[in-house]
Design a protein around this ligand. Structure first.
Ligand code: FAD
Length: 521
């Protein structure tokens, strides 16, 4: 106890000193004589603005922040570090929506990527109508990309649930949502990248050109290079969406219907452009921040009653979307009627709303604004995201959803939906289970000071349960405290990870916040 008190006192002192003064900074002073010096800030406000993230679980104050106005500024910084006798860490930070400090750079420099897109003359989203792709800066937000491509009647096909994330940030993890089962994750929708490696080289890469870098960077957690441009596939944009929720009281029917909806292409069951699913443990979550406005008042009441029905412990619902452009189909969509007739949800518990394409894709933003107003956005978020093989999803449901979380006082939003492995490229860095269908399980938790530790302990219990039960999950947005954990995560791909790191970031400069190699050296 004495030691831990001493440690926390020293730690606090370091934080205060780091914040107040740059004289302790370990950065070489020559850095401040480079041409980019005017874009490097060491003031308290700049340092604090990048010292934590959406997770609010870690604090890590860098020595400086770079506000680049061109990819060349990033190149200069990395080249300087790489060729210096004391290379220092550098982390690109997109919109800072990581959970565990992945975009931090203790004793180094954080690059505020979004400053690349500031300013009047910024022209960092270029649509090619003829080729149906867009060249977009890694710092751009997906919401801005959506609005720009829609001007041409085009749209990216694969999304995340929340669009106020940067292109570079989500391509560094994978980028998943209900469209993944149909169009693959966002990393499967990239044709080409411009990347600045840890040696300060600017390289264009694709599946045909410098393919090892292309495959490593996609899902690569910023370990091999910084994405300054991505070329992303576009397709014609729909105008409207049938946004659907179908309620289930047992996991078997719920998962069977989900799997039918993502089944063989060409089947009439494949009507949905988007398939997700959730378990609602608490009626308080019915109007949660993920889509506060979905249910009408009377539907809300019916759902509340069902969720709290004795013995159920909560309900599952499939969330689907069918895109359309024709105004006439607003009233009736015969194909959709037919499809709903094939599914086994609780009778009378199908809810359909017709909304615009933008309203559907940007549905989480309303919730964000409300939480921000209440001061409940910037609180700790001990999220846990796993990919679970289909063969064990019922065991997982019994042990985790109906087991560990059934006694939880704050389970939070629980996502559970299947994806097809054949829509992924296993050579990319995001790790996925070794089965044709696997489920994503997302535990999106909002903590208070009182229940944070309880939630962290529950997350650990879930992982322990899987390990003991032999469920071969992969963490999505992975976080491990030890190299052993990372080696297990990468499995057979660990040696390739090391080889790519040695080739493209031999001084271990980039994105140290993931702590993949910090205990390795
Ligand atoms: P940051 O958090 O700033 O950075 C993330 C990582 O990428 C860091 O390691 C950083 O160093 C690196 N990085 C950043 N920019 C670049 C770049 N240009 N080149 C190379 N590396 C870079 N994920 C999903 O897949 N689906 C979802 O539906 C989804 N919903 C979310 C909803 C919310 C409210 C939040 C907070 C997160 C959600 N996420 C989701 C997770 C999110 O996709 C990741 O955390 C993503 O990395 C965040 O992007 P960012 O721009 O904030 O990146």
């Amino acid at each position: 106890l004495k030691n831990s008190f001493k440690f926390s006192l020293i730690y606090t002192l370091i934080l205060i000193l780091q914040t107040l003064s740059i004289s302790l900074a370990s950065l070489p002073q020559d850095l401040f004589h480079l041409k980019i010096a005017s874009k490097i800030r060491t003031d308290e406000q700049s340092l604090l603005s990048v010292s934590t993230d959406y997770g609010n679980l870690t604090t890590s104050i860098p020595d400086a922040v770079l506000y680049p106005s061109s990819p060349h500024d990033i190149f200069s910084l990395i080249r300087f570090s790489y060729t210096s006798s004391n290379p220092f860490p550098i982390a690109p930070r997109g919109n800072g929506h990581s959970i565990n400090g992945q975009a931090s750079a203790q004793d180094g420099v954080v690059i505020n990527m979004m400053s690349l897109g500031y300013g009047y003359h910024s022209n960092r989203i270029n649509v090619s109508i003829v080729n149906q792709y867009v060249d977009v800066g890694g710092e751009q937000l997906w919401i801005d990309l959506l609005h720009e491509t829609l001007k041409y009647g085009l749209t990216p096909r694969s999304w995340t649930d929340y669009l106020h994330l940067t292109v570079g940030g989500t391509l560094s993890v994978g980028g998943i949502s209900g469209q993944t089962s149909r169009y693959g994750p966002q990393i499967s929708n990239v044709l080409e990248l411009d990347v600045i490696t840890g040696q300060g080289e600017m390289i264009t890469c694709s599946k045909d050109q410098n393919s090892d870098l292309f495959l490593a960077v996609l899902g690569g957690m910023g370990q091999f290079g910084i994405i300054t441009r991505a070329r992303i596939i576009l397709s014609p944009a729909p105008q409207k969406v049938h946004w659907i929720r179908l309620v289930y009281t047992d996991v078997l029917t719920f998962t069977r219907d989900q799997e039918r909806l993502i089944s063989a292409e060409g089947s009439p069951l494949r009507l949905f452009n988007y398939v997700e699913g959730s378990f609602l443990v608490d009626r308080g979550l019915l109007g949660s921040w993920r889509s506060p406005e979905f249910f009408t008042d009377s539907d809300y009441d019916r759902m509340s009653q069902l969720v709290t029905e004795d013995g159920l412990g909560g309900v599952y619902y499939i969330e689907g979307a069918v895109y359309y452009t024709d105004e006439i189909t607003v009233q009736v969509n015969p194909e959709l009627e037919l499809l709903l007739g094939e599914l086994s949800y609780v009778p009378d518990y199908a809810f359909i709303r017709n909304v615009s394409y933008v309203e559907f894709l940007d549905r989480v933003h309303d919730g964000e604004l409300k939480l921000r107003e209440l001061g409940e956005w910037e609180v700790p978020h001990p999220w846990l995201n796993l990919f679970v093989p289909k063969s064990r999803i019922l065991d997982f449901d019994a042990g985790v959803i109906k087991g560990i979380l059934s006694n939880s006082s704050a389970a939070g939003i629980i996502l559970m939906y299947p994806m097809n492995r054949n829509k992924w490229d296993d050579r990319m860095s995001t790790m996925i289970p070794d089965e044709e269908i696997f489920y994503t399980f997302g535990l999106l938790r909002t903590a208070s000071r009182e229940n944070l530790q309880v939630m962290i302990d529950e997350n650990d219990k879930i992982l322990q349960f899987c390990n003991i039960a032999g469920i071969k999950y992969k963490q999505y947005l992975p976080h491990y405290a030890t190299t052993k954990g990372w080696m297990k995560h990468f499995g057979k791909k660990w040696n390739n990870f090391l080889a790519m790191k040695a080739k493209y970031d031999p001084e271990l400069i980039l994105s140290p916040g993931s702590t993949i190699l910090s205990s390795y050296i």
